[in-house]
Design a protein around this ligand. Structure first.
Ligand SMILES: [Fe+2]
Ligand SMILES: [Fe+2]
Length: 229
């Protein structure tokens, strides 16, 4: 399993995705540092082929990335709307939604700076296929929603880190290294919420199933350059 970098507190430390420590500071309103366990999310590391594809099409990656940030805010708002009577969940997801919208604006700023006209490129199958795995009835829907959101955040953390390592524009690379710490906090928050609401064995077993499919979805490189291609 290839190594990835972890958050800004320790931006140069290298760990395997299966052992990523959640050591980044939390945004205000989110969960306490000591609630973050070492977690096992990703079943496979991103390929060099994805890195090569992304680096060769940075404008298209940025356009897709902006949409990923917007959708991440929408997912946090959707989950808190479905479960509005859970104070810790509402607080944590409010913080995530706010931060994702800030990222959306930051990525749009990069697009404007590069003279790229804003648009929403066609999404790859990744998000839709993962969402199709969310079971319809609670409590399963609740657990799956948290775990799928967490998996997407974990993959974003890994891939933004790879862009931070390989992007030829040093300022854009630095921007990506800054963002990856946020995504680490986000997947940590979703995982902690899942383990608060469900017993650990249930959450870990379902995470294992979903992570296996997530890895399978990405095993074939999508023909369009995307953050989750
Ligand atoms: Fe984000
Ligand atoms: Fe995120």
């Amino acid at each position: 399993m290839a190594a990835v970098h972890t958050g800004t507190n320790n931006a140069n430390s290298v760990v395997s995705p299966g052992e990523t420590p959640i050591d980044a500071p939390l945004a205000e309103g989110m969960l306490a540092d000591n609630e973050f366990p070492k977690i096992r999310f990703l079943k496979s590391a991103t390929s060099q082929a994805w890195v090569d594809q992304a680096i060769a099409h940075m404008d298209e990656i940025l356009l897709d990335h902006a949409q990923c940030e917007r959708k991440a805010a929408a997912v946090a708002i959707q989950i808190m709307s479905q479960y509005p009577a859970k104070p810790m969940l509402v607080k944590a997801l409010t913080a995530i939604a706010q931060e994702e919208l800030e990222h959306f604006e930051q990525v749009n700023r990069w697009l404007r700076k590069r003279g790229v006209k804003l648009r929403a490129p066609k999404a790859p199958p990744y998000g839709g296929r993962l969402r199709s795995l969310i079971r319809r009835q609670d409590p399963h829907r609740f657990l799956d929603s948290l775990l799928v959101a967490g998996l997407i955040e974990a993959r974003s953390h890994e891939r933004l880190g790879l862009l931070g390592q390989h992007c030829p524009d040093p300022k854009l690379a630095a921007f990506y290294r800054g963002l990856m710490a946020s995504e680490a906090r986000h997947y940590g928050a979703y995982w902690v919420l899942a383990k608060r609401e469900f017993d650990a064995e249930t959450a870990e077993q379902r995470l294992d199933e979903l992570a296996t499919v997530e890895s399978e979805i990405l095993s074939t490189l999508h023909h369009h350059p995307r953050v989750h291609s």
